[in-house]
Design a protein around this ligand. Structure first.
Ligand SMILES: [Zn+2]
Length: 88
């Protein structure tokens, strides 16, 4: 064990297996909690506002933006600033 209590520090690639288990799950069944009002519900129950570049998903309770998904020439973007957490 090192002096700071950390046995091993690796880069994010070492978490690939764990992250792959999370991000291949059926996302619409995952429970999402709204940061603004605390409401928890399935991602599939959120209100979708579709746009040519992606989607905006809003809380069904308070209308806050929970997820923004975009496809751009530079990659795929997922912003979940308005969500407290996702539970799979
Ligand atoms: Zn809300």
């Amino acid at each position: 064990m090192t002096e700071n209590g950390s046995d091993l520090v690796l880069d994010g690639n070492a978490a690939a297996g764990l992250l792959q288990q999370i991000f291949v799950a059926e996302i619409t069944n995952a429970q999402i909690q709204c940061e603004a009002c605390g409401f928890t519900g399935a991602v599939g129950s959120l209100r979708l506002y579709a746009a040519p570049m992606g989607a905006i998903l809003r809380c069904t309770h308070c209308d806050s933006i929970l997820m923004r998904v975009a496809h751009t020439p530079h990659g795929r973007w997922l912003d979940m600033t308005g969500a407290r957490h996702l539970r799979f």
